[in-house]
Write a protein that binds this ligand. Structure first.
Ligand code: C2E
Ligand code: SIN
Ligand code: SIN
Ligand code: FE
Ligand code: FE
Length: 522
């Protein structure tokens, strides 16, 4: 054992401090859906509990908390940040007591997740529509309307969107951590510390995930020393095996899997096992081995694949700091490819978008380096879709307005994931992720930017992405034929799209069609 090897749990503590948002994890772990009933009329509490007594959503019942004034409500929500739904009376001790509660929850507590259903006593007491929109009120009902059936429907809708928001938030946290984790890793000075760090990052990611995936992990890292792998750090089942030979600690079958992974020089996700091999010319092979209680879910496997690419890049940086270029390309393709796989888009989508972007950028007379960097970064435009729940992303039919609102967050999420990197490629990718759904006439999202306020990279990727999306089959639509796409592009010149880019598009149509055909989906 090297004296520089730090204690793994110390490492974990250190990393956990970076940012932590445990309330979110808690929300999904609870045994019931917490509901706070706020009303100054005690009858309303009785009736509501009576109607919802046997209510069940996704196998969990409701548990009720009661507040009889705005002040009590504020205290309750402070003490119960994992509340799913609040049924809120508008007029209590004051005529605006309910609205003050809402403002407090959204602005002071910063809780954007709890769903709020407003109830008013009299018709005509309607809060302004603006209030409903700006404070994200889930539903609004007059008390007389809240017959048992309507109440049930409202609560189901609220819980469904609560659940989606939690998944979204959790996914987003994990993904941000993956991108950011490379910073911590880059700082490692010695190889042993570095290996410790790679293992801690991995387990930290998995444990973050454990809050909504019910799994338990034991992990170790081993390094080749002479002809044998020697364990250099471990946790849980492997907490006390440092310095021992890997083959003596693992079962024969497990060790064979390790050798297989070593041969493949990659990762193996097999049932309950995740094994990663880190190896390049400059370094003696390192093995990271994780054994889980349950089989790895698809989400865990996605997470592990991204982790591996990132850790590998960190390793390369660690060993040879000046050869970053090629690994950068690799992470771009991996990330782009994974988001594409999640949304069941075809293998060539990201490649075509890259080529179309290049053609448009050349036509726009961007500098050669800019063209190249745009081409490399544009495939990551939809990286934020990784955080969107499957049920929405891969819904076969038309999305509801609420579902589309969730999808729309993929722009901001992608930006947040990429923005912290110092690499110019990642910076460009973050702009594209943020702005690829802006429209030239200012009707796009998320910022409703207009004209040349939209970065040229965003404007170009918009054309490339929509051209490819329309020409491709999606779970929710058939592929359009070329004539129909061309018609839409003419129609949208100066509306959705930069008119100059549409002209460049048509000037280069034959080249574009050539790319479309040569990279066609089978
Ligand atoms: P995407 O499938 O990659 O589509 C990218 C963009 O291409 C869309 O951005 C839109 O501008 C354009 N586009 C795609 N299909 C059509 C179409 O049939 N007609 C028209 N006029 N334009 C089309 P948008 O609308 O902001 O959507 C962003 C993402 O939201 C889509 O990415 C897709 O993942 C998802 N989405 C949009 N609508 C639906 C839907 O009805 N069902 C499902 N499951 N997903 C949808
Ligand atoms: C970084 O620039 O270090 C973060 C993103 C990456 O690892 O490529
Ligand atoms: C879309 O935004 O749905 C496609 C282009 C348009 O019709 O504006
Ligand atoms: Fe998109
Ligand atoms: Fe796309």
């Amino acid at each position: 054992m090297n004296s520089e090897t730090r204690n793994l749990s110390e490492d974990l503590d250190e990393i956990i401090i970076i940012d932590d948002n445990d309330t979110i994890g808690e929300q999904i772990k609870t045994e019931t859906w917490k509901m706070i009933i706020v009303d100054d009329d005690i009858e309303v509490h009785h009736i509501t509990k009576l109607v919802l007594r046997d209510f069940e959503f996704e196998g969990k019942h409701l548990s009720f908390l009661s507040a009889y004034s705005g002040a009590e409500a504020i205290q309750l929500i402070k003490d119960n940040p994992d509340t799913a739904v609040i049924l809120l009376d508008v007029i209590m001790e004051k005529s605006d007591a309910g609205l003050n509660v809402i403002k407090y929850i959204r602005n002071e507590l910063g809780n954007k997740i709890v769903r709020i259903i407003l109830r008013t006593g009299q018709p005509g007491e309607t809060p302004e529509e603006e209030t409903i929109i700006s404070y994200d009120i889930n539903d609004y009902k007059e008390k007389s309307e809240l017959t048992s059936k309507k109440l049930l429907t409202s609560v189901i809708t609220a819980l469904r969107s609560f659940r989606d928001l939690i998944v979204l938030q959790n996914n987003k946290l994990s993904l941000e951590r993956i991108i950011n984790s490379s910073y911590v890793i880059h700082r490692q000075k010695t190889l042993n510390n570095f290996i410790n760090e790679i293992l801690s990052q991995l387990l930290y990611l998995l444990y973050e995930g454990k809050k909504y995936v019910n799994n338990y992990y034991s992990g170790l890292a081993a390094m080749m020393d002479g002809d044998e792998f020697v364990i250099v750090s471990g946790v849980e089942d492997y907490a006390n095996v440092n310095g021992r030979y890997l083959k003596d600690v693992l079962s024969q079958e497990e060790f064979e899997n390790v050798l297989e992974t070593l041969q493949a020089e990659g990762i193996v996700c097999k049932g309950k096992y995740f094994i990663a091999c880190f190896k390049n010319e400059a370094i003696t092979p390192v093995i990271v081995f994780v054994r889980c209680k349950n089989d790895l879910t698809e989400w865990e496997q996605d997470l592990l694949a991204i982790y591996y690419t990132n850790a590998f890049i960190a390793l390369d940086n660690f060993m040879l700091t000046n050869e970053i270029e090629s690994t950068q390309k690799e992470i771009v393709l991996t990330l782009g490819g994974i988001s594409e796989a999640r949304s069941k888009e075809t293998g060539n989508h990201v490649k075509r978008v890259a080529e179309y972007s290049k053609i448009l950028a050349l036509g726009y007379n961007l500098k050669e380096e800019e063209v190249e960097i745009l081409k490399q970064a544009s495939p990551m435009h939809d990286i934020g879709k990784l955080a969107i729940p499957d049920a929405i992303l891969n819904k076969p039919g038309k999305l509801t307005a609420e579902e589309f609102d969730v999808i729309k967050t993929h722009s901001q999420i992608g930006y947040d994931m990429l923005k912290n990197s110092n690499r110019s490629l990642m910076k460009v990718a973050s702009i594209i992720a943020l702005q690829h759904h802006e429209k030239f006439d200012g009707t796009g999202y998320p910022q409703r930017l207009q004209g040349e306020n939209i970065h040229i990279y965003g404007r170009i990727t918009a054309v490339a992405d929509v051209f490819d999306a329309l020409g491709s089959e999606r779970v929710y639509k058939k592929a359009w034929d070329l004539d129909r796409i061309i018609e839409l592009f003419k129609e949208e010149r100066g509306k959705h799209f930069d008119p100059e880019l549409i002209d460049i598009f048509f000037d280069n149509l034959s080249k574009i069609i050539q790319v479309k055909d040569s990279l066609a989906d089978i």
